[in-house]
Design a binder for this molecule. Structure first.
Ligand SMILES: [Zn+2]
Length: 307
């Protein structure tokens, strides 16, 4: 049973990303049998000061950026509802308060699960499509919805930071944004960046493999060499990590596409990819899943072409 915690986490992540499950069902699907095995009960929130007012928080689910300062507290993403008390306790140790502003990088439940908690006190801001996709979830709590939405982006001025929020179209989903703290020189890339891991592209939520690659390539040119990069998943990164990840995403995507086009078996392709990039599998995003994403992406592109 040593793998039990890992299994539950895995299922939660799958559930939050599965288009057929609601945000709440995902948590109900796999009830913990024993409090000691509840991943949320066992979870710890690790805080790391990045630069200026910005801290990096890791727990269960997507990574957070937290800005604490004279204007109050602002957070980027909020993991799961069950993590809200632990996140709040971590924010407290940083000298922060109940967040005034909550930014969502995208709609997935491992990034917005605690929206109803934090949104009862603060204002949630996100791309239009985040609100639309959350509204489409049955019985989604009103307090979890973004009250302010935007098309291409928005700028906030908080804790002596100019915070540039920029929408990246059709990448990980159709509602992703990156959040750049200009003075601190920190950017949160949401799930456009799984640091040195295979990517997840949610085709059913309007994502696109080439879209994700193009978005990151466009962004890379604008990033200073010494910027601190917060990934949606994985450790705090640098521009070198982003370049390495992007190169691997591009190379493996091209390889998988070529081999699928040549009629190779998906399982064989996954086995070869896994042999070359064994460390790159994380959670449910294995080499096999990465091949399936490419297949789904090709299928979606084919559908569009015939419309
Ligand atoms: Zn995601």
């Amino acid at each position: 049973m040593a793998n039990r915690t890992t299994t539950v986490k895995f299922c939660l992540l799958v559930a939050t990303l599965g288009s057929s499950l609601t945000w709440a069902q995902g948590l109900a699907e796999e009830p913990a049998e024993d409090p000691a095995e509840d991943p949320f009960a066992a979870a710890e929130v690790k805080t790391t000061h990045v630069s200026g007012s910005v801290h990096f928080l890791e727990g269960v689910g997507g990574n957070l950026a937290v800005s604490v300062g004279p204007d109050g507290t602002l957070i980027v993403d909020d993991q799961f509802a069950q993590m809200a008390p632990k996140l709040m306790a971590a924010i407290d140790t940083l000298g922060g308060e109940q967040p005034k502003i909550i930014l969502n990088t995208h709609w997935h439940g491992d990034h917005t699960g605690a929206n109803p908690n934090f949104g009862s006190h603060g204002t949630i801001i996100a791309h239009h499509n985040v609100r639309i996709r959350l509204l489409a979830q049955p019985n989604y709590p009103r307090s979890g919805l973004p009250l302010v939405t935007y098309d291409d982006g928005i700028r906030l001025h908080f804790n002596d930071e100019d915070i540039h929020v920029q929408h990246l179209p059709k990448g990980h989903t159709d509602g992703d944004s990156v959040i750049w703290f200009k003075q601190a020189n920190v950017i949160h890339l949401g799930d456009h960046f799984f640091n040195q891991r295979f990517p997840y592209v949610d085709i059913a939520s309007g994502g696109s493999v080439d879209g994700l690659i193009n978005n990151l390539e466009g962004l890379l040119d604008t990033l200073p060499d010494d910027i601190h990069i917060i990934p949606g998943h994985g450790p705090l990164g640098t521009k070198a990590h982003l370049i390495k990840t992007l190169t691997t995403v591009k190379d493996t995507a091209a390889d998988i596409r070529a081999r699928l086009g040549a009629g190779d078996n998906a399982a064989d392709i996954a086995e070869d990819i896994n042999r070359g990039f064994a460390d790159w599998a994380s959670g449910f995003v294995t080499a096999q899943r990465w091949v399936q994403i490419i297949q789904a992406d090709l299928q979606a592109a084919g559908t569009t072409d015939h419309e």
